[in-house]
Ligand binder design. Structure first.
Ligand code: GRF
Length: 209
């Protein structure tokens, strides 16, 4: 059984979706860099062990990442799931977990990497928006995309309504992708990322029109 760690900084609604999904893997621990993250309470309520590793207590990003890395090794983790974890990770850490670490980003990557995606979509006047689950590589929001949730931007949408609508999609696609990794439907191989035994060309799309 695949052992999963979820890294969080905030509310943890994606963590909750993963908990509720009854994955065939096991969430063995949750790490937060913020002691007051509500996600920690969600983990505790589900009986999942937690670790608070405050980045402020470490003089460098690398030292902070080393402590997280050791915690993940101590838990014997196979898969690291970033779920609203608001720290940039060092290249060494990312390299150590390459092919074993996922992120969810609130845009249709490769569009709108970085922050404030909903407002940027509105400013541009795009009609489609959504979220992307991808492997984490050293380049920000640039690893292989595995799945996307797609929605149509409505005329009445503002950044808040878009964030809420995208969140609904996140809670659908993140547990699905994690389950696909747990049950071998997605495999990270030396040849590339396989989905149902074929090299993945495009992320699997979930449309909510
Ligand atoms: C989500 O919008 C996700 O796309 C981004 O951070 C947010 C986390 O929300 N990476 P939550 O903490 O899971 O509620």
């Amino acid at each position: 059984m695949i052992k999963i760690a979820v890294l969080v900084s905030g509310s943890g609604s994606n963590l909750q979706a993963l908990i509720d999904a009854n994955l065939s893997g096991q969430i063995v621990g949750v790490i937060s860099n913020k002691p007051d993250a509500y996600a920690l309470q969600r983990a505790q309520q589900a009986g999942i062990q937690t670790a608070v590793i405050e980045h402020k207590q470490y003089p460098s990003r690398e030292l902070f990442d080393d402590v997280m890395h050791q915690q993940l090794l101590d838990w014997d983790v196979d898969l690291v799931v970033l779920a609203g974890f608001m720290r940039i990770l060092s290249a060494k850490f990312v390299h150590a977990w390459e092919g074993k670490m996922l992120n969810i980003h609130p845009s249709l990557l490769p569009h709108y990497k970085g922050m404030h995606t909903h407002q940027r979509v509105l400013n541009t006047g795009d009609t489609l928006h959504g979220c992307t689950v991808h492997y984490v590589t050293a380049e920000l929001d640039a690893g292989q995309a595995l799945a996307q949730g797609v929605l149509q931007v409505n005329i009445h949408d503002d950044a808040e309504s878009l964030a809420n609508r995208v969140h609904v999609l996140e809670h659908l696609i993140y547990p699905q992708v994690v389950e696909w990794i747990c049950n071998g439907t997605i495999q990270h191989t030396a040849q590339g990322v396989m989905y149902r035994q074929q090299l993945i060309q495009q992320p699997v799309q979930f449309c909510n029109f």
